[in-house]
Design a protein around this ligand. Structure first.
Ligand SMILES: CC(C)(COP(=O)(O)OP(=O)(O)OC[C@H]1O[C@@H](n2cnc3c(N)ncnc32)[C@H](O)[C@@H]1OP(=O)(O)O)[C@@H](O)C(=O)NCCC(=O)NCCS
Length: 254
């Protein structure tokens, strides 16, 4: 069963205000472990603290703390902190990302146990997302290797969205898919994608962004709730309907 969720503008403002640049420090367990060994308790007040419901000040404090700890590490002659640090960036997808996006669409459908519903092709993505009037927009999460590392950048997640219109609130965004490859989960990449969608929404004058999630997908449900989304199925009782195939052709008299 799909649950409907919505991020409203006050939450979007609040969440995008939290600095994300240094999130890469928090996201890298090796760096955090090294930092906590250097200074002791580097993880306190960090992402784990934030997830317990601490106020945004705690996130800001942890960001400042991360910076200070990195400086301390450098001061102590630990250049490997910087050398080993790959970073993640969220950027707009290019047409050449369609192969990766298609692969991850299939992985997400498999995760959702609905692979049989995937009918789309890479060509359709290219045509529908990168033509003159795109039907959708897409963000990708890319791992940028640390300086000196031989491998190139790697696309490990995506968020695909489009603009919708509410007769009650006007311009909105619908986040159709969000996905991070298993190996890269739990490091803040999904959160970064969601924050970027909130940024785009606010920039485009949208007051909400919506998404649907299967009711058994507790990790995703908890993440959306933690980030401030309302569960509309719970609070307002919305159900999802879909016309397709024969039902749609019959309606259209074809
Ligand atoms: C939901 C999803 C996009 C979140 O991305 P992410 O990069 O893992 O998100 P974050 O790291 O920002 O936060 C995830 C939180 O959920 C938890 N989590 C989610 N999936 C996890 C996993 N496989 N392993 C460990 N922790 C996980 C973590 O505990 C983390 O909390 P923490 O910050 O306290 O550690 C990603 O888990 C995913 O692609 N899941 C499969 C597909 C899916 O459910 N898509 C959503 C469909 S609506």
């Amino acid at each position: 069963m799909w649950k409907h969720c919505s991020f409203e503008d006050n939450i979007m403002n609040h969440k995008t205000a939290i600095g994300s640049k240094c999130g890469a420090f928090s996201a890298c367990p090796e760096v955090l472990d090294l930092m906590s060994r250097i200074k002791g308790g580097g993880r306190e007040g960090g992402r784990e603290g934030g997830r317990e419901g601490n106020p945004p000040e705690a996130d800001k404090a942890s960001t400042a703390n991360d910076r200070q700890l990195l400086e301390t590490a450098e001061g102590l002659g630990c250049p490997r902190v910087r050398l080993r640090m790959a970073s993640t960036r969220i950027r707009e997808a290019k047409e050449s990302d369609c192969g990766d996006i298609m692969r991850m669409i299939r992985e997400l459908a498999e995760f959702e146990k609905l692979s049989h519903q995937v009918k789309i092709s890479e060509e359709a993505l290219r045509a529908d997302g990168f033509g003159e009037n795109p039907f959708f927009h897409c963000l990708v999460a890319e791992i940028i290797p640390a300086p000196g590392e031989p491998q190139g950048s790697l696309v490990v997640g995506y968020g695909l969205y489009y603009f919708i219109y509410s007769t009650w609130t006007g311009r909105n965004i619908y986040l159709e898919d969000i996905y991070v490859m298993p190996k890269y989960r739990g490091q803040g990449i999904g959160t970064k994608i969601i924050k970027k969608v909130a940024e785009v929404a606010l920039r485009k004058g949208c007051s909400q962004f919506r998404l649907a999630v299967l009711n058994w997908n507790k990790k995703a449900v908890n993440l959306y709730k933690f980030l401030g989304a309302q569960d509309l199925t719970e609070s307002e009782g919305w159900l999802s309907f879909r016309f397709e195939g024969e039902a749609m052709r019959e309606l259209a008299g074809c």
